[in-house]
Design a protein around this ligand. Sequence first.
Ligand SMILES: [Mg+2]
Length: 158
Amino acid sequence: MILKADYEAKTVFEVNYDKLKDSGIKVIAFDLDSTVMKSKSGEFSKETLLLFEKLKKDFSLLIISNNHNIEYISKAASQIDFPVIAPAKKPATSISRAFLKEQNIAPKDIVMIGDRPLTDILFGKLLGCKTVLVDSISWQEERPVVRFVRKLERIVNI
Ligand SMILES: [Mg+2]
């Protein structure tokens, strides 16, 4: 299987949300770390919170994260008013599937947006939803070794 996302964008701010809306997407599932929150920052930037507000007019929002630090996750969840599924164990889908089933959300109505091909994009493929691969929200500040691993992960096909 080639881990090619349906769409790619520089960051979550550059995703073509109008196109997603036109293609029938109703729910946006974001990865947390490095996708909508700077790694280890514990806080959404004002810009990200504004993006969420704007998107809420057209979509239901969700965060699906592998972060298993309960304190960190509750702090993140306290800054927003939509569900955070964590730890989700992506690319495995069973935890998220249970939530989606309970909420009556069909995978075809979802887009998964994340920065990691081997977790976020693979998860989306396994779930059967659309996927968008983005670069890290803080790509300008990442160390060279992190940039290198990102590049590697983007050329690995499984
Ligand atoms: Mg991430």
